[in-house]
Design a protein around this ligand. Structure first.
Ligand SMILES: Cc1cc2nc3c(=O)[nH]c(=O)nc-3n(C[C@H](O)[C@H](O)[C@H](O)COP(=O)(O)O)c2cc1C
Length: 303
């Protein structure tokens, strides 16, 4: 039996539900000698901004128990260089390319969306409303009204499938997810990293130059699962789940909890081909369980 692994996210049809998370897979080229990129359900690019950004000073990453902290600060070459130098390689892979974008204000978000809307080879936009490392007092997705406003403005500027990526650093994730869907996002992606820090007791300094950073990896998985479960019961659009997915078992847990698709982030640092192994693992699991269609598992949790 060949199980059907395909899922729909807005207008996008993915041949399987496994993608790579923004910022953890570069622009894919670095991984091309290590794995068959064509096997992925989709690739989400590192977040792009209108102008190039240098990011934060080093050290920008630190390993923690069961995870890592990062404070990269959205280093990227800017949209022009991305389209000229990075997109041609991505286009050739033959899987949907989801371009993650961030901006300092609504009009920059709209400008980016308009550019991508007319760029050949872009399948969808992921609005990163959740970067914790930009030195601003609040992230857009910590506020329901701001989330609504940005999503609404971008929605009007593009026909591309629109995914909104939320921060978990809120007390009511359902409220923010409902604001994004009220503004017509096609899907919700969560979670981005948790605000955290690491301290060197001898130097009495923070281990990150940025002082705080975002925690990712297995340490956050149970909280991410709870948020994916909660949001998928609250909104009618697909949820893309991530947070500590290292192997097939983790991915299946997110799908059963309510995720239509999953993304591998920190897992790719530990094992660059983790995402591809998860695609094969899900296929084998469905075959062993005699489940014909992955859709039968999405949100199948009994509680
Ligand atoms: C080094 C690093 C860089 C990241 N950069 C981005 C980014 O540019 N844009 C974004 O939306 N998320 C970024 N993230 C967050 C991941 O996409 C993901 O949401 C988060 O790490 C949780 O998944 P994980 O536990 O599987 O890593 C980054 C994460 C890491 C570890």
């Amino acid at each position: 039996m060949k199980p059907d692994l395909s899922v729909k996210i807005g207008k996008l049809k993915l041949k399987n539900p496994v993608m790579v998370a923004s910022g953890t897979f570069g622009y894919a080229e670095e991984f091309s000698s290590l794995m068959d990129l064509k096997k992925l359900g989709a690739i989400v690019t590192k977040t792009i901004t209108l102008k190039p950004r240098k990011g934060n000073p080093p050290p920008r990453t630190v390993e923690t128990a069961a995870g890592m902290l990062n404070a990269i600060g959205l280093e990227n070459p800017g949209i022009k260089v991305f389209i000229k130098d990075k997109l041609p390689f991505l286009k050739k892979i033959g899987v949907p390319i989801i371009v993650s974008i961030s901006a300092d204000n609504d009009s920059e978000f709209v400008e980016l969306a308009k550019i991508l809307n007319k760029t050949n080879g872009v399948s969808a936009i992921e609005l990163n409303l959740s970067c914790p490392n930009l030195g601003t007092s609040r992230m857009v997705s910590q506020l329901d009204k701001a989330t609504y406003r940005v999503v609404r403005a971008v929605r009007a500027a593009t026909k591309l499938t629109l995914i909104t990526k939320l921060t978990p650093n809120v007390t009511d994730i359902g409220l923010i997810a409902r604001a994004a869907t009220a503004a017509d996002t096609d899907a919700i992606s969560l979670v981005n990293t948790f605000l955290a820090m690491a301290v060197d007791k001898d130097s009495r300094r923070p281990k990150l130059a940025n002082v705080t950073g975002g925690l990712s990896g297995p340490a956050i998985k149970p909280i991410a699962l709870r948020m994916v479960w909660e949001v998928s019961r609250t909104v009618y659009v697909p949820v893309i789940g991530m947070g500590g997915i290292m192997n097939t078992e983790d991915a299946m847990e997110f799908i059963v909890a309510g995720a239509t698709a999953v993304a591998v982030g920190t897992g790719s640092f530990v094992n660059p081909s983790a995402s591809i192994e998860i695609v094969d693992g899900i296929k084998r699991y469905l075959q062993a369980q005699k489940i014909k269609d992955i859709e039968d598992l999405i949100g199948s949790i009994k509680c």
